[in-house]
Design a protein. Structure first.
Length: 166
C-alpha cells in the first residue's frame, strides 16, 4: 500500500469521524427537544406550570440540529436541487459545474463561519431571557455549521475530482 493510499484513508477517516460526531450531536439535540417539549406540555396541562426556559432551549437545540444536519446533507448529497437541465450536458460539463458550485458553496460556508464568529463575539455577553444562557451559544451554531459545511464540501469536491466513492 503506497503512501498516497494511506493518506487518502486517513483523510476519509477524518471526514467520517466529523460526520459521525455531527450525527451524534444532532441525535442528542433531537432527544433533548423531545424531552424538553414533553416536560413543557406535561407541565402546562397537568401541573398548570410551564418552565420559562423550555421553549427557548428547545429552539436553541433546533437551530443547532439544523446547522449540523445541513452539513450531513452536503456529504450525503441529499440537499434539494433542480436536476432537470442535467440531461442536456455531458458528464465533463456536469463535473465542472459541480466543482464551480462547490467552490461557491465553500465560499458561502466560510462567510457563514466568519460572520457567525463575529456574531458570537458580539452576543456572548448577553443572556437569553428564559434560560439565562449566553446568546453566543445560539449563534455559535452558525459558526460551527458553516465550518462543517465547508469541510463536507471539500470532501465532496475531492470525491468528485478523484472519482472516489462517496
Amino acid at each position: 500500500m503506497g503512501k498516497e493510499q494511506v493518506d487518502e484513508k486517513h483523510e476519509i477517516k477524518f471526514f467520517e469521524i466529523i460526520y459521525k460526531l455531527s450525527e451524534f450531536v444532532s441525535a442528542l439535540c433531537l432527544c433533548g427537544q423531545v424531552i424538553i417539549i414533553s416536560i413543557a406540555v406535561i407541565g402546562r396541562y397537568i401541573f398548570s406550570y410551564t418552565p420559562t426556559w423550555s421553549e427557548e432551549i428547545a429552539r436553541v437545540l433546533m437551530v443547532w440540529m439544523s446547522f449540523l444536519t445541513a452539513s450531513m446533507a452536503i456529504k450525503d448529497n441529499s440537499h434539494v436541487r433542480i436536476s432537470v437541465f442535467d440531461k442536456f450536458f455531458g458528464e465533463k460539463a456536469l463535473k465542472i459545474r459541480d466543482i464551480i458550485f462547490s467552490i461557491c458553496n465553500i465560499a458561502f460556508s466560510l462567510i457563514l463561519f466568519w460572520e457567525g464568529s463575529k456574531l458570537v463575539i458580539q452576543t456572548s455577553r448577553t443572556k437569553l431571557p428564559g434560560s439565562g444562557i449566553s446568546s453566543g451559544i445560539l449563534y455559535a451554531s452558525i459558526c460551527v455549521g458553516g465550518l462543517l459545511m465547508a469541510i463536507m464540501l471539500v470532501y465532496r469536491m475531492g470525491a468528485k475530482v478523484c472519482q472516489r466513492k462517496q
